[in-house]
Design a protein around this ligand. Structure first.
Ligand SMILES: Nc1ncnc2c1ncn2[C@@H]1O[C@H](COP(=O)(O)OP(=O)(O)OP(=O)(O)O)[C@@H](O)[C@H]1O
Length: 230
């Protein structure tokens, strides 16, 4: 089965999300339609406040839309209970944060992170898959290192390995290169593309032109809507 034969990893229709704060309302998402295919790397861009993080939180199933449909790997997430969303998150989603240290446990080696990821997804330990993942992400030879023994770029690639182990249908990243120096960014983008090549739909919310420059598609948001899809 080629990626294009599979159902979309994400299908959003008419997604609305309004925040209520001290008697005032902020329309963070005002009708978002979005399809993401398996095996694609998407950069989600737009000015500060345009709704990128709000959309990521909905795709990550940590928040629910006020209206609209969000299908993740064929499952309607918007109508799931809290427990159902947790199950979907464990099975289908990976999430990573901007700061490398926030994605890792400082007392676990790289291999132990992969073992934990497998356990959380209910998968058996699989040394071949571990080695394949480390190789794909440029981490061969680093399996027994602790996070503090790695560079920032390597740590962020371990974060990708942890979040994308399995692999899940969808990997979400919020400003994944925001704390990396220029030299480390390319390695992280190579890692995202490697996960996309393995069939994962990767989405990174970013202000970094280097991310948009290497993504398969760029989704541009403004004032809570998708302004452009290229
Ligand atoms: N918890 C909240 N309560 C009230 N308003 C919020 C909340 N979270 C976000 N907002 C508002 O919703 C709008 C969209 O915010 P969001 O964080 O999604 O934008 P963003 O594009 O991710 O911005 P940035 O690039 O700065 O991270 C903004 O106007 C923001 O102030």
């Amino acid at each position: 089965m080629t990626p294009s034969d599979r159902s979309p990893a994400v299908r959003c229709r008419g997604v609305l999300r309004t925040y209520h704060l001290d008697g005032s309302e902020v329309s963070a998402l005002r009708g978002v339609d979005l399809d993401l295919a398996p095996g694609t790397f998407t950069a989600l861009v737009g000015p500060s406040g345009s709704g990128k993080s709000t959309l990521l939180r909905l795709l990550a199933c940590v928040d629910r839309p006020d209206r609209g449909s969000i299908q993740i790997d064929g499952v309607e997430a918007a109508s799931l209970s809290r427990r159902g969303r947790l199950r979907l998150r464990r099975r289908t989603l990976g999430f990573m944060f901007q700061a490398p240290a926030d994605n890792l446990l400082d007392y676990l080696t790289v291999r132990q992170h992969l073992r934990l990821a497998a356990q959380l997804r209910g998968l058996p330990a699989d040394i071949d898959l571990e080695e394949d993942t480390l190789e794909r992400l440029g981490l061969a030879g680093r399996a027994e290192h602790l996070p503090r023994q790695l560079s920032g770029g390597e740590q962020q690639r371990v974060g990708i390995a942890f979040a994308a182990f399995g692999p899940p249908a969808l990997l979400l990243a919020d400003e994944p290169t925001g704390q990396l120096d220029h030299g480390a960014v390319d390695g992280v983008l190579d890692a995202f593309l490697a996960m996309a090549a393995a069939g994962v739909a990767v989405v990174a919310a970013t202000h970094d032109p280097a991310v948009a420059g290497r993504a398969h598609q760029v989704v541009r948001m403004r004032d809570g809507i998708i302004e452009e899809h290229s």
